[in-house]
Design a protein around this ligand. Structure first.
Ligand code: SF4
Ligand code: SF4
Length: 433
């Protein structure tokens, strides 16, 4: 055990860094920004309380109790607290690391373990297996079974998460990955060559988003390379406390994209972008520093990228509509990207942007959090929907598939009229071709 970085009552492997638990000066600035503190009013469910728990475990004042485990998973990892914290305390990331500890201290039973390993270590790392796993769901929709299930309300008899998960399903198309060309040429004067990181949820649930992203990039003068071998970014693994599998995926994607000779690596998924930008930290000591720095320097979220290179607006068609923007936590808090999506929206001819209150407050999705804590997630979502309604906007735009699933479900369920779109779907409507 290092005296500078004591693990105390944590297990050695993947323990939070002690210094990350020391920075908190207990000022409380983070408290009003934390959704779980707003829900419970409980100190241990606040950023300050969570960091104090981790510090107490590191200092051997507390065992890794069931309460610590509970807080590790109850934290949304929305990172709103880090944006608000004057000391830069990363309570969300500390809790994310604690999830690995939770699995070490409280191992699942053999069936649960086998299921978790199948999803995280077999299915998610294999694009082909992932794609074929969606075939039964597509048939369920095509054959009208979904219609029967929804109208019979049979799912109301089961656990809440099942009813919600089914209700969130968008109409599935064929996965995008096999359909996207390996290389899409630049239109007009060529401005560069980008690698497109196609995320798992995008290819399976929202192929139209990424199809539009590629179309926009090409129309903006960029040659787009989409490596078909790309594996999951590792975000679900980090979220579920399987950091070792996340490292294996990161090592693969790192080499794959560095081979492509691209100027930038662009993603349209805020969750993927945040994970890719954290490879440097995740792979510390596991990959060459120079390679990690080169990779990190190329990663851009699509809005960040278009903001940096400048959006070519000539030739864009008018899309006359009023729009409000929901900021994904993993874009605004994890990556600090807040102004760029709004700048893009303002540049689309015909679009009028109406700001909503608390645009950067979480929508209550947070990977599987919204399914594990359905009641709490509904409360977080209700706050968002009230803010949406107050804008009177026709469209709700966001930039992350998890937010899009949750918001589209919430809007439908509440009988609200808004269409929920990814920002690239809207820019795609304005882009000719
Ligand atoms: S986490 Fe940051 S904002 Fe919150 S109490 Fe500690 S120092 Fe203050
Ligand atoms: S990451 Fe979000 S939920 Fe977790 S402590 Fe910070 S503000 Fe609260």
């Amino acid at each position: 055990m290092s005296l500078n970085d004591p693990k105390g009552n944590f297990k050695e492997q993947d323990a939070p860094r002690y210094e990350d638990t020391l920075q908190c000066m207990r000022c409380g600035f983070c408290l009003p920004t934390c959704p779980t503190y707003a829900l419970t009013g409980r100190e241990r469910s606040s950023p300050r309380g969570r960091v104090a728990l981790a510090r107490a475990v590191a200092e051997e004042k507390l065992e890794f109790t069931a309460a610590v485990k509970e807080e590790a998973f109850f934290c949304l990892d929305c990172r709103a607290c880090t944006t608000a914290c004057p000391s830069g305390v990363r309570a969300g990331e500390v809790m994310e690391v604690c999830r690995s500890q939770a699995h070490a201290f409280y191992p699942l039973g053999s069936a649960g373990k086998a299921f978790r390993e199948f999803i995280l270590q077999r299915m998610l790392p294999s694009p082909t297996l992932l794609e074929s796993s969606m075939l039964p769901t597509r048939l369920y929709q095509r054959l009208g079974i979904q219609w029967l299930v929804r109208h019979s309300k049979v799912l109301k008899l089961g656990p809440d998460w099942m009813d919600k998960a089914e209700g969130m399903l968008p109409k599935l198309e064929k996965p995008l990955r096999p359909q996207l060309p390996d290389l899409v040429p630049a239109q007009g004067e060529k401005r560069g060559r980008v690698g497109f990181f196609l995320g798992c949820v995008m290819t399976l649930m929202y192929p139209s988003v990424s199809r539009n992203t590629v179309k926009v990039l090409s129309h903006q003068g960029f040659e787009v390379v989409t490596p078909k071998e790309t594996k999951c970014c590792g975000a679900p693994h980090l979220s579920e406390g399987d950091r070792e599998s996340a490292r294996q995926l990161a090592l693969f994607n790192l080499d794959l994209f560095l081979e492509q000779q691209v100027d930038y690596i662009v993603t349209d998924c805020a969750g993927c972008g945040a994970a890719l930008k954290e490879y440097e930290e995740l792979l510390e000591g596991r990959a060459e520093r120079e390679k990690l720095a080169r990779f990190r320097a190329k990663i851009r979220d699509i809005s960040e990228f278009l903001g940096e290179v400048g959006l070519r607006t000539e030739g864009l068609k008018a899309v006359p509509t009023t729009v409000t923007y929901h900021e994904p936590c993993h874009l605004c808090h994890a990556q600090g990207i807040s102004a760029q999506p709004r700048d893009i929206l303002r540049q689309i001819p015909g679009v009028v942007l109406r700001e909503m209150q608390e645009a950067s407050w979480c929508c209550g999705s947070a990977a599987t959090w919204g399914l594990k804590y359905t009641q709490e997630s509904q409360q977080v979502l209700d706050r968002k929907l009230a803010n949406l309604q107050a804008t009177g906007a026709e469209l709700l735009v966001t930039a992350n598939p998890g937010c899009q699933l949750q918001l589209a479900w919430g809007v439908r369920r509440a009988g609200m009229p808004q269409e929920v779109l990814h920002i690239m779907e809207l820019l795609g409507r304005a882009t000719p071709g």
